[in-house]
Design a protein around this ligand. Structure first.
Ligand code: GLU
Length: 449
């Protein structure tokens, strides 16, 4: 087992996020490999850790000063055993192959957990959309997707949004793809409702996260009602997690961005959330502006990632990290435990460091890994693909019902997979085992390819 990890590190030097994601999965599936010779014989986990294909390309574009800018674009096509590659596109200065490999690897398991036929992929660029004009973003998206167009297809690879890529960027990428191919097909998800998008896709990741939390609380005969919730991030996932918490009678008290966080002890209600949505989605401002509108709240700047973040020291019942990978470290996790937090639900991908995860699990908190609890987004992308195929569109109520059913199934499958390996209540191990078995069996069925 150790050999697989050592080999992964050797073959992918300087990619700590990928090593972290690999290590966690390798440790979880060990009992499965020990029990079933076929997975060892077919070297399934070793094959899963090697992307089927990786594309890297140059993206050149002109900024508003007429200056030529150069970025790198990527697509990692990780695993297509159970369906076309599927996963988001991230635009952020931190993007490099190691981040995308970790995300594409996680995505493979996540997509398998949804029960829908979707393989795993992820793409992106080190382009930073922050502070860029609409025209610059459009020009970048067009040049990025001009290259990617030849690699996508509704039965090949279907990208979507992620950090830095929302409805605006999906629109620009879809527009250029349509022009280049003269085809209006569902090669991206997260499209605008009215031109092939699904109702509820925008809400799905955040809503799904809270549905998953409800299911976890249900195992202790508890619910979201009356729960004070600390939430990080202020993008799509955080916004809709907050919305659902409010709808279910809970009290979200925080939001953050990369500069700092807001603590609103009175709770973020519907009106305050509408302000946040307008600030982040349309005015594209910073979260610190919240206190100008709501002076009862406080704002604190966040320091380096190595220190503990006072956001995770807020007294609450539940914690929902919805910002980015490794945003919550061991010290933060200890603060959660000391403050009596009962549930940690990951909205982002791998927001807890490996040490933080250990602290949370060993202290008996209800803990859900992102690949299970944030799967509602990609599940609804799958539902968008279905609607594109049949050319018929469902109501928000219908989509929401399917989403709730999928989150319930994922929750159940994680619990059962964990239990059947003597790891009762360990959702992290359960998600890895359930996702692994599904993909591994498909790979074995399809032979050595
Ligand atoms: N980027 C999202 C994720 O991490 C959504 C991917 C998709 O809808 O394809 O799952």
């Amino acid at each position: 087992m150790l050999d697989i990890l050592a080999l992964t590190k050797e073959r992918n030097p300087g990619e700590p996020e990928f090593h972290q994601a690999a290590e966690e999965v390798i440790a979880s599936v060990k009992p499965v490999l020990d029990k079933h010779e076929k997975y060892r014989k077919h070297k399934v986990i070793e094959r899963m850790l090697e992307p089927e294909r990786m594309i890297s390309f140059r993206v050149t574009w002109l900024d508003d000063n007429g200056e030529v800018q150069i970025n790198r674009g990527y697509r990692v096509q990780m695993n297509s055993a159970i369906g076309p590659y599927k996963g988001g596109i991230r635009f952020h200065p931190s993007v490099y192959p190691g981040i995308l490999k970790f995300l594409a690897f996680e995505q493979t398991f996540k997509n398998a957990l949804t029960g829908l036929p979707m393989g795993g992929g992820k793409g992106g660029s080190d382009f930073n959309p922050k502070g860029k004009s609409d025209r610059e973003v459009m020009h970048f998206c067009q040049n990025f997707f001009t290259e990617l167009t030849r690699h996508v297809g509704r039965r090949t690879d279907v990208p979507a949004g992620d950090i830095g890529v929302g409805g605006r960027e999906i629109g620009y990428m879809y527009g250029i793809h349509k022009k280049l191919t003269n085809e209006h097909t569902g090669i991206l998800t997260g499209k605008g409702v009215g031109w092939g998008g699904s109702l509820m896709r925008t809400e799905a990741t955040g809503y799904g996260l809270i549905y998953f939390a409800q299911n976890m609380l249900g195992t202790r005969n508890d619910s979201m009602e009356g729960k004070t919730c600390v939430v990080s991030g202020s993008g799509n996932v955080a916004q809709h997690a907050i919305e659902k918490i409010v709808q279910l009678g809970g009290k979200p008290v925080s939001v953050s961005d990369s500069s700092g966080f807001i603590y609103d002890e009175e709770g973020i209600d519907k009106d305050k959330l509408a302000y946040i949505k307008d600030l982040k989605n349309y005015r594209r401002g910073r979260i610190r502006e919240y206190i100008e509108k709501y002076p009862g709240a406080s704002y604190m700047e966040t320091k380096s990632a190595a220190e503990s973040n006072p956001l995770w020291d807020i007294k609450a019942d539940c914690a929902f990290p919805c910002a980015t990978q490794n945003e919550l470290n061991e010290k933060d996790a200890q603060n959660l435990v000391n403050n009596g937090i009962m549930l940690v639900g990951e909205g982002a991908n791998m927001p807890l460091t490996a040490d933080a995860m250990h602290v949370v699990i060993s202290n008996g908190l209800l803990y859900s890994p992102g690949k299970a609890s944030n799967a509602g987004g990609v599940a609804t992308s799958g539902i968008e693909m279905m609607q594109n195929y049949i050319g018929n569109y469902w109501t928000a109520g219908e989509v929401d019902k399917r989403l709730q059913g999928i989150m319930k199934n994922i929750h159940q499958n994680c619990l059962e997979a964990a239990e059947s390996h003597g790891l009762d209540g360990n959702y992290a191990a359960g998600a890895n085992i359930a996702g692994f078995i599904k993909v591994a069996d498909a790979m074995i069925d399809q032979g050595i390819v």
